[in-house]
Design a binder for this molecule. Structure first.
Ligand code: 13P
Ligand code: 13P
Ligand code: MG
Ligand code: MG
Length: 374
């Protein structure tokens, strides 16, 4: 059967700073989905990663469906009311528009969706990240779908050795979706040249070249492009199908052992390592480190199994220690150089105002004076 997997996520308030939603807020969103979603969706699963609540829904209505998007939007509006009543921080943070207009894209919440032909066995992974942006998935997707050093299946399995097609978006282009399609492995260097710049070029989707099936959907929205100012990081969600014509679950998870540096952390303005965490985890150190969770499912006729918490396994404890060590190392150099994002990515206007204020105080030395100093 044709099945749509939709994940819609938003930060609508959190306890004690940008840490985690309150239980009441989470329950309000869950209750809304359960009651209002009854005749609309086949199944759903809710989780939070840091201060972001993600609603995973299965249905048969296709991508970008107004009723599905409205269901999520209304759940977040109901949650925002609860957040306000509790005095949570950033209540309604990601609801950037006041009224719903057909689709949550461009309204603040992040969306990852794909319509699939359900396989007899349909394993898929649902990733959610906090305190970072969608480019955080560039490296793990590159490694999982392109690199035989990470994914032996690219050599060993005839099903995936034909490679994958990458759809990459230029997220700085705000007038519309500016995308390019590149085929791995032939166009590997082109893919690498773009994905090395994760603040501008972001993997939007990945497709099997053997069958044409979609393997990956990433939420690519950038909040500051929508709001015109900093309102929080984008905190992206992603769906990845696993096994058979796609990389194995372990090949998709393996790159997260790198704890690669991503944009985010405190005030969305730093470079911090990405820490794989358990489901429903908060954040702590320096409003971070940036975190990523992964829930694995199988689905049949739209009914989800229970979630397997892929980063709960003891293996990832060591990786978390690595991420902590890398975080502390990077933070030792405070705002200097590589620790902070470049000017173009700093999402607060304060620093621009400061530099503008200092500008008239710069003086170009006259020639003789320059000679004297030398
Ligand atoms: P305020 O600047 O409103 O305190 O919120 C942003 C923030 O907490 C970044 O960490
Ligand atoms: P969120 O995007 O998770 O709300 O974080 C905002 C922030 O500035 C944290 O320092
Ligand atoms: Mg927040
Ligand atoms: Mg967040």
């Amino acid at each position: 059967m044709k099945l749509t997997l939709s994940v819609i996520k938003a930060d609508i308030g959190s306890v004690g700073g940008h840490v985690t939603p309150s239980e009441r807020l989470f329950q309000t969103v869950a209750d809304h989905i359960r009651t209002a979603g009854q005749n609309l969706i086949l199944d759903s699963y809710l989780s939070h990663t840091g201060d972001d609540i993600a609603i995973l829904m299965t249905h048969t209505r296709g991508e970008g469906d107004e009723a599905i998007h409205k269901l999520a939007w209304d759940a977040f509006v109901a949650g925002t009311e609860a957040a306000k009543e509790q005095g949570l921080y950033g209540a309604g943070q990601d609801l950037l528009k006041t009224s719903f207009s057909g689709n949550v894209r461009g309204m603040g919440p992040a969306v990852a969706e794909m319509e699939i032909e359900e396989r007899p066995a349909e394993p898929f992974l649902f990733f959610a990240a906090d305190k970072t942006d969608p480019g955080a998935y560039n490296l793990p997707l590159y490694l999982a779908f392109v690199d035989p050093m990470n994914t032996p299946g690219l050599m060993l399995s005839p099903k995936i050795s034909q490679g994958f097609r990458f759809v990459i978006m230029d997220v700085n282009h705000t007038e519309g979706d500016r995308v390019i399609e590149l085929n791995a492995p032939e166009e590997l260097y082109g893919i690498a040249a773009l994905l090395r710049d994760p603040e501008r070029f972001v993997v939007e989707s990945v497709w099997s070249r053997a069958t044409g099936e979609q393997a990956v959907a990433v939420a690519t929205s950038r909040l500051h492009n929508i709001a015109g100012k900093y309102t929080g990081k984008d905190d992206p969600v992603m769906l990845v199908r696993a096994q058979m014509n796609f990389p194995a679950t372990g090949e998709i998870l393996a790159p997260y052992a790198t704890c690669h540096f991503v944009a985010g952390g405190m005030r969305g303005s730093h470079q911090m390592p990405l820490m794989p965490v358990k489901l429903n985890e908060g954040i702590s150190y320096f409003d971070g480190p940036p975190i990523v969770s992964c829930a694995g499912f199988c689905v049949q006729k739209g009914k989800l199994t229970e979630a397997v918490d892929n980063f709960a396994h003891p293996f990832w404890d060591t990786v978390r220690d690595t991420a902590s060590r890398k975080s502390i190392e990077m933070r030792r150099q405070g705002f200097f150089g590589a620790a902070m994002l470049p000017m173009s990515e700093l999402e607060y206007t304060g620093i621009v105002e400061k530099l503008t204020e200092l500008e008239p105080r710069f003086k170009v030395r006259a020639g003789e004076r320059a000679l004297q100093v030398r």
